[in-house]
Ligand binder design. Sequence first.
Ligand SMILES: Cc1ncc(COP(=O)(O)O)c(C=O)c1O
Length: 380
Amino acid sequence: MKVEFYRHSLGTAEKAAVGEVLDSIFLTTGPKTRQFEKSFAEYLGVKHCVGMSSCTDGLFLTLKFWGVGPGDRVIVPAMTFVASANVVLHVGADVVFCDVDPGTALIDLNLVEDILKRDKQVRAIIPVHLYGQMVDMKALRSMANQYGVKILEDSAHCIEGKREGIQPGQLGAAAAFSFYATKNMAAGEGGAVASDDERLAEYLTVARLHGMTKSAIDRHQNYQHWDMDFPGYKANMSDIQAALLIPQLGKLDKLWKRRATIATRYETAFSRAGIEFPRTLPGVKNARHLFTIWVCDSKRDEFLGRLQKEGVGVVVNYQAVHLRRFYRKTYGHKEGNFPVAEEIGRRTISIPFYPGLKDEEVDYVIDKVVAINRELCQNA
Ligand SMILES: Cc1ncc(COP(=O)(O)O)c(C=O)c1O
Protein backbone atom coordinates (compact mmCIF):
# COMPACT_ATOMS: atom_id res chain seq x y z
CA MET A 1 0.00 0.00 0.00
CA LYS A 2 1.11 3.58 -0.62
CA VAL A 3 0.06 6.20 1.90
CA GLU A 4 1.01 9.73 0.85
CA PHE A 5 2.35 11.99 3.58
CA TYR A 6 -0.31 14.56 2.69
CA ARG A 7 -3.25 14.97 0.35
CA HIS A 8 -5.25 18.19 0.33
CA SER A 9 -9.00 18.19 0.89
CA LEU A 10 -9.91 20.76 -1.75
CA GLY A 11 -12.84 19.77 -3.93
CA THR A 12 -15.74 21.03 -6.01
CA ALA A 13 -16.60 23.98 -3.73
CA GLU A 14 -13.05 25.35 -3.95
CA LYS A 15 -12.90 24.77 -7.71
CA ALA A 16 -16.19 26.62 -8.16
CA ALA A 17 -15.01 29.49 -5.95
CA VAL A 18 -11.80 29.90 -7.94
CA GLY A 19 -13.82 29.67 -11.16
CA GLU A 20 -15.98 32.54 -9.95
CA VAL A 21 -12.89 34.69 -9.40
CA LEU A 22 -11.54 33.79 -12.83
CA ASP A 23 -14.86 34.88 -14.33
CA SER A 24 -14.65 38.21 -12.50
CA ILE A 25 -12.40 41.22 -13.00
CA PHE A 26 -10.40 40.89 -9.82
CA LEU A 27 -7.61 38.33 -9.49
CA THR A 28 -5.55 40.12 -6.86
CA THR A 29 -6.47 41.59 -3.44
CA GLY A 30 -10.13 42.54 -3.75
CA PRO A 31 -13.64 41.59 -2.58
CA LYS A 32 -12.86 37.91 -1.88
CA THR A 33 -9.88 38.83 0.27
CA ARG A 34 -12.06 41.24 2.23
CA GLN A 35 -14.77 38.60 2.62
CA PHE A 36 -12.26 36.05 3.88
CA GLU A 37 -10.68 38.53 6.30
CA LYS A 38 -14.06 39.36 7.80
CA SER A 39 -15.15 35.74 8.15
CA PHE A 40 -11.83 34.56 9.58
CA ALA A 41 -11.81 37.39 12.16
CA GLU A 42 -15.31 36.30 13.21
CA TYR A 43 -14.21 32.66 13.43
CA LEU A 44 -11.29 33.63 15.68
CA GLY A 45 -13.25 36.09 17.81
CA VAL A 46 -10.90 38.99 17.07
CA LYS A 47 -11.62 42.43 15.64
CA HIS A 48 -9.30 42.39 12.62
CA CYS A 49 -7.74 40.00 10.17
CA VAL A 50 -5.42 40.94 7.31
CA GLY A 51 -4.71 38.49 4.49
CA MET A 52 -1.03 38.13 3.66
CA SER A 53 1.06 36.21 1.16
CA SER A 54 2.40 34.00 3.98
CA CYS A 55 2.60 33.52 7.72
CA THR A 56 6.27 34.49 7.52
CA ASP A 57 5.38 37.90 6.04
CA GLY A 58 2.71 38.35 8.70
CA LEU A 59 5.20 37.69 11.51
CA PHE A 60 7.85 39.89 9.89
CA LEU A 61 5.62 42.89 9.24
CA THR A 62 4.05 42.73 12.69
CA LEU A 63 7.52 42.92 14.29
CA LYS A 64 8.28 45.84 11.92
CA PHE A 65 5.13 47.67 13.00
CA TRP A 66 6.13 47.33 16.63
CA GLY A 67 9.50 48.85 15.78
CA VAL A 68 11.43 45.76 16.87
CA GLY A 69 14.90 46.17 15.39
CA PRO A 70 18.64 46.38 16.02
CA GLY A 71 19.50 46.13 19.73
CA ASP A 72 16.25 44.31 20.52
CA ARG A 73 15.88 40.65 21.35
CA VAL A 74 12.98 38.28 20.72
CA ILE A 75 12.37 34.95 22.47
CA VAL A 76 11.67 32.02 20.13
CA PRO A 77 11.37 28.30 20.99
CA ALA A 78 14.27 26.16 19.79
CA MET A 79 11.76 23.57 18.51
CA THR A 80 9.86 25.12 15.62
CA PHE A 81 10.14 25.77 11.89
CA VAL A 82 13.01 28.12 10.98
CA ALA A 83 10.60 30.87 9.84
CA SER A 84 9.61 31.63 13.48
CA ALA A 85 13.22 32.65 14.18
CA ASN A 86 14.27 34.02 10.78
CA VAL A 87 11.73 36.87 10.90
CA VAL A 88 13.49 38.24 13.98
CA LEU A 89 16.72 38.50 12.01
CA HIS A 90 14.89 40.09 9.08
CA VAL A 91 13.97 43.10 11.25
CA GLY A 92 17.56 43.33 12.49
CA ALA A 93 16.89 42.05 16.02
CA ASP A 94 18.47 39.04 17.75
CA VAL A 95 16.91 35.67 18.47
CA VAL A 96 16.98 34.39 22.06
CA PHE A 97 16.23 30.70 21.81
CA CYS A 98 14.36 29.00 24.63
CA ASP A 99 14.03 25.28 25.33
CA VAL A 100 10.71 23.45 25.25
CA ASP A 101 8.69 21.18 27.51
CA PRO A 102 9.56 17.48 27.06
CA GLY A 103 5.92 16.36 27.21
CA THR A 104 4.36 18.79 24.73
CA ALA A 105 7.32 20.27 22.77
CA LEU A 106 5.83 23.73 23.51
CA ILE A 107 8.01 26.59 24.76
CA ASP A 108 8.81 26.12 28.47
CA LEU A 109 7.26 29.10 30.27
CA ASN A 110 9.51 28.68 33.33
CA LEU A 111 12.51 29.16 31.08
CA VAL A 112 10.81 32.13 29.38
CA GLU A 113 10.48 33.78 32.77
CA ASP A 114 14.15 33.09 33.58
CA ILE A 115 15.12 34.89 30.35
CA LEU A 116 12.77 37.82 31.03
CA LYS A 117 14.23 38.23 34.53
CA ARG A 118 17.80 38.53 33.33
CA ASP A 119 17.52 40.02 29.82
CA LYS A 120 16.15 43.54 29.71
CA GLN A 121 16.59 43.86 25.93
CA VAL A 122 13.79 41.39 25.19
CA ARG A 123 11.01 43.26 23.37
CA ALA A 124 8.82 40.40 22.22
CA ILE A 125 8.16 36.69 22.44
CA ILE A 126 6.97 34.41 19.65
CA PRO A 127 5.17 31.43 21.21
CA VAL A 128 4.56 28.70 18.64
CA HIS A 129 1.37 26.63 18.97
CA LEU A 130 3.31 23.62 17.73
CA TYR A 131 1.51 20.75 16.00
CA GLY A 132 -1.78 22.51 16.85
CA GLN A 133 -1.58 22.67 20.65
CA MET A 134 -1.78 26.17 22.10
CA VAL A 135 0.78 27.51 24.52
CA ASP A 136 -0.73 28.51 27.89
CA MET A 137 -1.64 32.02 26.76
CA LYS A 138 -3.16 33.09 30.10
CA ALA A 139 0.11 32.40 31.92
CA LEU A 140 2.17 33.94 29.12
CA ARG A 141 -0.07 37.04 29.00
CA SER A 142 0.45 37.79 32.68
CA MET A 143 4.20 37.25 32.32
CA ALA A 144 4.32 39.55 29.28
CA ASN A 145 2.36 42.22 31.18
CA GLN A 146 4.74 42.01 34.11
CA TYR A 147 7.86 42.39 31.96
CA GLY A 148 6.36 44.72 29.32
CA VAL A 149 6.98 42.53 26.26
CA LYS A 150 4.77 41.95 23.21
CA ILE A 151 3.39 38.52 22.31
CA LEU A 152 3.28 37.53 18.64
CA GLU A 153 1.64 34.11 18.34
CA ASP A 154 2.99 31.85 15.61
CA SER A 155 -0.27 30.12 14.89
CA ALA A 156 0.76 28.49 11.61
CA HIS A 157 -0.37 25.13 13.04
CA CYS A 158 -3.30 26.31 15.06
CA ILE A 159 -6.45 27.51 13.34
CA GLU A 160 -9.04 25.46 15.22
CA GLY A 161 -7.22 25.32 18.56
CA LYS A 162 -8.38 26.60 21.94
CA ARG A 163 -6.98 26.53 25.45
CA GLU A 164 -9.33 27.16 28.36
CA GLY A 165 -11.72 28.73 25.86
CA ILE A 166 -9.08 31.13 24.48
CA GLN A 167 -8.35 31.17 20.74
CA PRO A 168 -5.19 32.35 18.97
CA GLY A 169 -5.11 36.12 18.59
CA GLN A 170 -7.26 36.79 21.66
CA LEU A 171 -4.51 37.19 24.29
CA GLY A 172 -1.48 37.78 22.09
CA ALA A 173 -1.06 41.25 20.58
CA ALA A 174 -1.29 39.47 17.22
CA ALA A 175 -1.37 35.94 15.79
CA ALA A 176 -0.06 34.87 12.38
CA PHE A 177 -1.54 31.96 10.41
CA SER A 178 -0.31 29.96 7.43
CA PHE A 179 -2.30 28.63 4.48
CA TYR A 180 0.71 26.85 2.98
CA ALA A 181 -0.04 23.76 0.89
CA THR A 182 -0.13 21.26 3.78
CA LYS A 183 -1.82 23.40 6.42
CA ASN A 184 -5.28 22.78 7.94
CA MET A 185 -6.63 25.41 5.52
CA ALA A 186 -4.57 25.33 2.35
CA ALA A 187 -4.29 27.77 -0.53
CA GLY A 188 -0.92 26.54 -1.80
CA GLU A 189 0.58 29.66 -0.25
CA GLY A 190 -0.95 32.34 1.93
CA GLY A 191 -1.23 33.70 5.44
CA ALA A 192 -3.08 36.10 7.72
CA VAL A 193 -2.58 38.18 10.83
CA ALA A 194 -5.36 38.40 13.42
CA SER A 195 -5.42 41.10 16.07
CA ASP A 196 -7.64 43.44 18.05
CA ASP A 197 -5.24 46.28 17.25
CA GLU A 198 -6.79 48.49 14.60
CA ARG A 199 -3.54 50.39 13.96
CA LEU A 200 -1.66 47.16 13.28
CA ALA A 201 -4.38 46.06 10.85
CA GLU A 202 -4.19 49.40 9.05
CA TYR A 203 -0.41 49.20 8.85
CA LEU A 204 -0.45 45.65 7.46
CA THR A 205 -3.08 46.55 4.87
CA VAL A 206 -0.80 49.28 3.51
CA ALA A 207 2.59 47.64 4.17
CA ARG A 208 1.57 44.47 2.30
CA LEU A 209 1.08 46.54 -0.89
CA HIS A 210 4.16 48.71 -1.33
CA GLY A 211 2.96 51.31 1.17
CA MET A 212 0.35 52.57 -1.31
CA THR A 213 -2.43 54.50 0.41
CA LYS A 214 -5.05 53.07 -1.97
CA SER A 215 -5.32 49.45 -3.02
CA ALA A 216 -6.15 48.19 -6.51
CA ILE A 217 -9.83 47.84 -5.67
CA ASP A 218 -10.02 51.44 -4.41
CA ARG A 219 -8.44 52.59 -7.65
CA HIS A 220 -10.57 50.34 -9.84
CA GLN A 221 -14.11 51.17 -8.77
CA ASN A 222 -13.76 54.91 -8.84
CA TYR A 223 -10.24 55.98 -9.61
CA GLN A 224 -8.57 57.62 -6.65
CA HIS A 225 -5.04 59.03 -6.55
CA TRP A 226 -2.74 57.32 -4.11
CA ASP A 227 0.34 58.38 -2.20
CA MET A 228 3.03 56.61 -0.21
CA ASP A 229 4.09 57.43 3.35
CA PHE A 230 6.70 54.69 3.70
CA PRO A 231 8.24 52.10 1.39
CA GLY A 232 6.12 49.01 1.86
CA TYR A 233 6.54 45.40 0.84
CA LYS A 234 4.79 42.96 -1.48
CA ALA A 235 3.02 40.57 0.85
CA ASN A 236 -0.67 40.69 -0.08
CA MET A 237 -3.18 37.85 -0.34
CA SER A 238 -4.82 37.47 -3.77
CA ASP A 239 -8.52 36.89 -4.43
CA ILE A 240 -7.64 33.51 -5.92
CA GLN A 241 -6.14 32.45 -2.58
CA ALA A 242 -9.08 33.94 -0.66
CA ALA A 243 -11.53 32.09 -2.93
CA LEU A 244 -9.82 28.82 -2.07
CA LEU A 245 -10.01 29.60 1.65
CA ILE A 246 -13.62 30.81 2.01
CA PRO A 247 -15.29 27.40 1.44
CA GLN A 248 -12.73 25.75 3.74
CA LEU A 249 -13.78 27.99 6.64
CA GLY A 250 -17.18 26.33 6.55
CA LYS A 251 -15.64 22.85 6.65
CA LEU A 252 -13.07 23.42 9.39
CA ASP A 253 -15.05 21.64 12.08
CA LYS A 254 -15.87 18.58 9.99
CA LEU A 255 -12.27 18.16 8.84
CA TRP A 256 -10.95 18.77 12.35
CA LYS A 257 -13.25 16.02 13.71
CA ARG A 258 -11.84 13.54 11.20
CA ARG A 259 -8.25 14.41 12.16
CA ALA A 260 -9.18 14.16 15.85
CA THR A 261 -10.57 10.65 15.24
CA ILE A 262 -7.38 9.60 13.44
CA ALA A 263 -5.28 11.13 16.25
CA THR A 264 -7.18 9.08 18.85
CA ARG A 265 -6.58 5.89 16.86
CA TYR A 266 -2.88 6.68 16.54
CA GLU A 267 -2.56 7.60 20.22
CA THR A 268 -4.35 4.48 21.44
CA ALA A 269 -2.25 2.15 19.28
CA PHE A 270 1.07 3.88 19.98
CA SER A 271 0.48 4.09 23.74
CA ARG A 272 -0.15 0.35 23.75
CA ALA A 273 3.09 -0.22 21.82
CA GLY A 274 5.14 2.08 24.09
CA ILE A 275 5.76 4.66 21.35
CA GLU A 276 5.94 8.24 22.57
CA PHE A 277 4.29 11.31 21.04
CA PRO A 278 3.53 14.85 22.24
CA ARG A 279 0.77 14.89 24.87
CA THR A 280 -2.31 17.05 24.57
CA LEU A 281 -3.00 18.66 27.95
CA PRO A 282 -6.39 18.88 29.71
CA GLY A 283 -8.32 22.04 28.78
CA VAL A 284 -6.78 22.10 25.28
CA LYS A 285 -8.62 21.70 22.00
CA ASN A 286 -5.69 20.61 19.85
CA ALA A 287 -6.04 21.97 16.29
CA ARG A 288 -4.43 18.68 15.18
CA HIS A 289 -2.12 19.90 12.44
CA LEU A 290 0.75 17.37 12.50
CA PHE A 291 1.05 13.97 14.11
CA THR A 292 4.58 13.24 15.18
CA ILE A 293 6.01 10.23 16.97
CA TRP A 294 9.21 10.16 19.01
CA VAL A 295 11.22 7.04 18.21
CA CYS A 296 14.66 5.91 19.46
CA ASP A 297 17.19 8.52 18.34
CA SER A 298 19.92 6.06 17.37
CA LYS A 299 17.59 4.49 14.77
CA ARG A 300 15.45 7.44 13.65
CA ASP A 301 16.90 7.75 10.17
CA GLU A 302 16.70 3.99 9.61
CA PHE A 303 13.09 4.18 10.84
CA LEU A 304 12.37 6.92 8.27
CA GLY A 305 13.86 4.83 5.48
CA ARG A 306 11.96 1.71 6.51
CA LEU A 307 8.61 3.52 6.60
CA GLN A 308 9.22 4.97 3.14
CA LYS A 309 10.15 1.53 1.83
CA GLU A 310 6.77 0.30 3.09
CA GLY A 311 5.09 3.14 1.15
CA VAL A 312 4.39 5.39 4.15
CA GLY A 313 5.15 9.08 3.51
CA VAL A 314 7.18 10.73 6.27
CA VAL A 315 8.65 14.13 7.12
CA VAL A 316 10.79 15.46 9.98
CA ASN A 317 9.07 18.36 11.78
CA TYR A 318 11.46 19.74 13.05
CA GLN A 319 15.14 19.65 13.91
CA ALA A 320 16.19 22.11 16.64
CA VAL A 321 16.56 25.54 15.01
CA HIS A 322 19.65 26.69 16.95
CA LEU A 323 21.61 23.78 15.44
CA ARG A 324 21.01 24.89 11.84
CA ARG A 325 24.33 25.90 10.26
CA PHE A 326 23.49 29.60 10.17
CA TYR A 327 22.50 29.80 13.84
CA ARG A 328 25.52 27.74 14.91
CA LYS A 329 27.81 30.13 13.01
CA THR A 330 26.06 33.37 13.95
CA TYR A 331 25.40 32.71 17.63
CA GLY A 332 27.93 29.96 18.33
CA HIS A 333 25.18 27.54 19.32
CA LYS A 334 26.11 23.91 19.81
CA GLU A 335 24.70 20.59 21.02
CA GLY A 336 23.69 20.75 24.65
CA ASN A 337 22.42 24.36 24.62
CA PHE A 338 18.73 23.40 24.42
CA PRO A 339 18.74 19.68 25.19
CA VAL A 340 14.99 19.01 25.09
CA ALA A 341 14.52 20.57 21.64
CA GLU A 342 17.62 18.73 20.43
CA GLU A 343 16.36 15.37 21.66
CA ILE A 344 12.96 15.90 20.03
CA GLY A 345 14.75 16.94 16.84
CA ARG A 346 16.70 13.67 16.85
CA ARG A 347 13.68 11.46 17.58
CA THR A 348 10.77 12.99 15.70
CA ILE A 349 9.01 11.53 12.67
CA SER A 350 5.78 13.04 11.27
CA ILE A 351 3.45 10.44 9.80
CA PRO A 352 0.49 10.81 7.38
CA PHE A 353 -2.24 12.86 9.07
CA TYR A 354 -5.05 14.48 7.09
CA PRO A 355 -8.84 14.14 6.81
CA GLY A 356 -8.68 12.22 3.53
CA LEU A 357 -6.85 9.26 5.13
CA LYS A 358 -8.99 6.14 4.86
CA ASP A 359 -9.42 3.87 7.87
CA GLU A 360 -7.44 1.10 6.18
CA GLU A 361 -4.61 3.55 5.52
CA VAL A 362 -4.58 4.57 9.18
CA ASP A 363 -4.44 0.88 10.16
CA TYR A 364 -1.63 0.27 7.68
CA VAL A 365 0.44 3.19 9.08
CA ILE A 366 -0.14 1.93 12.63
CA ASP A 367 0.88 -1.65 11.71
CA LYS A 368 4.09 -0.49 10.02
CA VAL A 369 5.08 1.98 12.75
CA VAL A 370 4.49 -0.58 15.52
CA ALA A 371 6.32 -3.39 13.68
CA ILE A 372 9.34 -1.24 12.76
CA ASN A 373 9.47 0.14 16.28
CA ARG A 374 9.48 -3.39 17.72
CA GLU A 375 12.34 -4.34 15.47
CA LEU A 376 14.50 -1.22 15.73
CA CYS A 377 13.71 0.45 19.01
CA GLN A 378 12.51 -2.12 21.54
CA ASN A 379 16.04 -2.99 22.66
CA ALA A 380 17.81 0.15 21.43
C1 LIG B 1 5.57 26.92 12.90
C2 LIG B 1 5.60 27.61 11.57
N1 LIG B 1 5.73 28.94 11.53
C3 LIG B 1 5.74 29.62 10.37
C4 LIG B 1 5.62 28.97 9.18
C5 LIG B 1 5.70 29.76 7.90
O1 LIG B 1 4.51 29.70 7.19
P1 LIG B 1 4.45 30.26 5.67
O2 LIG B 1 5.00 29.19 4.80
O3 LIG B 1 2.99 30.52 5.43
O4 LIG B 1 5.24 31.49 5.65
C6 LIG B 1 5.46 27.59 9.15
C7 LIG B 1 5.33 26.89 7.87
O5 LIG B 1 5.39 25.73 7.73
C8 LIG B 1 5.46 26.89 10.38
O6 LIG B 1 5.33 25.56 10.41
